[in-house]
Design a protein around this ligand. Structure first.
Ligand SMILES: NC(=O)c1ccc[n+]([C@@H]2O[C@H](COP(=O)([O-])OP(=O)(O)OC[C@H]3O[C@@H](n4cnc5c(N)ncnc54)[C@H](O)[C@@H]3O)[C@@H](O)[C@H]2O)c1
Length: 457
């Protein structure tokens, strides 16, 4: 090696060691804060007690002994009452109830006995509520998909920066067993430099288990899910797909999304379903769904990498989330398997190997240590557990989350940007940089306990 190259390597090592030391110090400080705080309970309020909010509430009070729930909120009195009863049954104390009108959650956010608030309302109001909660001086987590519009995306970033409160997006798919294994393998260098990813959310939510529309309510008004199909044409539920791909490619940690192009089919399926259910002369049959049945967004990054995001909430097929990560040295394809150059029985004849073979060796420490607990608590094959556990850790130890406001904004602004691209016949649309340049330093978010710090530690 030339002297110059050797100096470069030494400098890189020096910088890496410096960054690792700073990370360890910051995480040690966080642990010290945790010891100070961990004596007390972690006090959580919940806004939105539909099926999802109720499930999260039950998980919090059932599986996290340190969590108490002093207050809950929902506009529907039956749901509110059921939430109050649930907490009382498990914890012995009834929480205060809020929900007399659409803004009553603000009264709840003003209480001085809450460390954080979890928001599980429909997506159109999650962003506004999160901003109000931070403005009231509380940490907040929102269910997917989090901020919905371009304005929401900027608003959560600006309020987080102004208030200093934590914003976490409860995106659990990034915690999946295989997806965290891929992250682990990337960090170990097994795929080489990653440069292309595919990801998706294809979930037919047209009807519920009894065959009734989830887009149109019984009174033929739109549900929040129906509004996704009527009010916009973008990739309006991007987080389950894009989250893992963004984490794998280091988006906001050394790279960023720069622009996207999007295309979709015409909408067909939702209309046919509502006509079947409500009749051709019904009010529901007049609804003009504008989001297509299949939707693809191509995203370019500043470092010349690319992601394909597929999306549908009406395709007639079973639930499907597929992912692909391509690196210089191999590939993970959730539908085919894994290939790492130089491995496998016949090196000269590359073939996919089952993902299970790699899981045994490269499983992420979260799953390695706590798979049994995660699986026992249910929730999307266990990944909900790790996501909620990280949320409790954010509140207990007062640290920034892994999936923060910058990720939530970058991922969810794809709704707005892909819609614009579709309106312009697939033309490229710039994606804002919510970090305002901070993304260029791959270490700027290293000082927090996350699934990545567990790997480097
Ligand atoms: N992570 C996942 O896998 C997953 C799965 C399902 C749903 N979700 C998300 O969870 C959220 C809720 O889903 P859901 O199926 O329970 O929806 P839902 O519509 O059944 O429930 C939402 C509840 O929020 C309440 N609400 C709305 N605005 C309110 C306000 N201003 N104040 C108080 N309460 C208010 C409604 O009354 C309703 O009870 C959505 O954002 C959805 O995207 C995530």
């Amino acid at each position: 090696m030339s002297e110059c190259a050797s100096n470069r390597v030494n400098r890189r090592r020096f910088l890496q060691q410096g960054a690792a030391a700073a990370t360890s110090l910051a995480i040690a400080r966080s642990a010290a804060r945790s010891q100070e705080k961990s004596a007390g309970p972690v006090r959580v309020g919940v806004i939105g007690l539909g099926p999802r909010g109720t499930y999260l509430l039950r998980s919090l009070v059932s599986y996290f002994p340190e969590v108490t729930v002093p207050a809950v909120c929902d506009l529907k009195s039956d749901r509110l009452q059921a939430g109050i009863e649930l907490v009382k049954k498990i914890k012995g104390t009834a929480p205060a109830g809020y929900g007399k009108d659409e803004l009553d959650y603000r009264n709840m956010a003003r209480r001085d006995d809450l460390d954080g608030i979890l928001v599980a309302t429909g997506v159109q109001v999650c962003g506004r509520i999160a901003v109000d909660v931070m403005r009231a001086g509380k940490n907040v987590a929102t269910e997917v998909t989090g901020p919905h519009s371009l304005e929401d995306c900027w608003a959560i970033v600006e309020e987080k920066e102004r208030s200093g409160k934590h914003y976490m997006l409860l995106e659990q798919c990034v915690y999946g067993d295989e997806n965290l294994m891929v992250l682990n393998m990337i960090k170990q260098g097994l795929f080489g430099e990653p440069y292309y990813a595919e990801c998706s959310y294809v979930h037919d939510i047209k009807v519920d288990g009894s065959g009734k529309s989830r887009l149109v309510e019984a009174d033929q008004t739109l549900s929040w899910r129906g509004r996704l199909m009527v009010e916009g044409r973008g990739s309006s539920y991007p987080a389950h797909g894009i989250g893992s791909a963004a984490k794998w490619l280091g988006i906001n940690d050394g790279d960023r999304f720069t622009y996207c192009n999007a295309m979709m089919t015409d909408p067909r399926e939702a209309h046919v379903q509502v006509v079947e259910q409500f009749g051709p002369d019904s009010k529901a049959a007049q609804i003009r769904f504008q989001m297509g049945d299949f939707h693809t967004t191509l995203i370019q990054t500043a470092k010349g990498k690319m992601i394909r995001l597929d999306y549908s909430i009406t395709n007639t097929r079973p639930y499907s989330r597929y992912y692909l990560l391509q690196g210089m040295n191999g590939c993970f394809d959730s539908r085919s398997g894994i290939y790492v150059r130089g491995t496998g029985p016949r090196v000269s004849d590359p073939e996919w190997r089952p993902v299970g073979e790699f899981l045994e060796k490269h499983r992420h420490p979260y799953w390695h240590k706590d798979a049994a607990t995660a699986l026992k608590t249910g929730g999307h094959g266990g990944m909900d557990y790790f996501c909620l556990r990280d949320f409790v850790s954010v509140l207990r130890d007062d640290h920034e989350p892994w999936v923060d406001c910058y990720d939530a904004a970058a991922w969810n602004v794809l709704n707005h940007c892909s819609a614009l691209s579709i309106d312009r016949k697939g033309a490229p649309v710039e994606i804002p940089d919510f970090t305002k340049g901070k993304w260029e330093d791959p270490n700027w978010r290293k000082d927090r306990p996350t699934p990545v710090s567990v790997l480097s530690g």
